[in-house]
Design a protein around this ligand. Sequence first.
Ligand code: ADP
Length: 184
Amino acid sequence: MEVRIDHVIISVSSGDITAWKGDLIVNASNSGLYGGGGVDGALHRAGGPQIAAECAAIRQKQGGVMPGEAALTSAGRLPNLGIIHTVGPIWKGGGAGETATLARCYISSLDLACARGARSIAFPNISTGIYNFPRQLACETALSAVVNYVRGAEPDKLPLNNITFICFEQENARLYGETLKTYI
Ligand code: ADP
């Protein structure tokens, strides 16, 4: 399933993000950038200890990463250009600005990717695992943040031409496919 906006293709697929071969993979990390469970653990395992070492350097330099923000490391032994570590909000019922923070994760990651001159980027379904964000709301928030970002950018200043959402769970793949269709 994909949608084209100017020169950018936004697509949805299912699978394991560690096997994706484009430029930048986004990781759903934690404020301390400590490799944890879920997609974070999978990326640290696949990329090897170099990633944790770079995360430690970021921690030392700036004390970690706030929810909604993002930081870039190499991809270790993975073939990608790098990994963007963003920190999703922990769902606390919706009254703590969780939706705005989740949208900022996508925007901060896209800003970093553009600054790096990346052509392609893959997102996991940030905050919908251990952080317990409701799937449907997370999906709508993610897609509207990304679509609005692309629509708002000047086409010749946007190096990205491929933005993909990689859904690990069947239910998310279905939701993303259905919701992306509404942007056709
Ligand atoms: P969070 O703490 O932000 O909720 P999780 O890693 O627990 O982070 O979950 C975020 C999403 O990543 C969930 O939808 C989960 O199913 C998914 N996920 C877990 N492992 C992988 C993987 N290897 N590739 C892609 N997505 C994954």
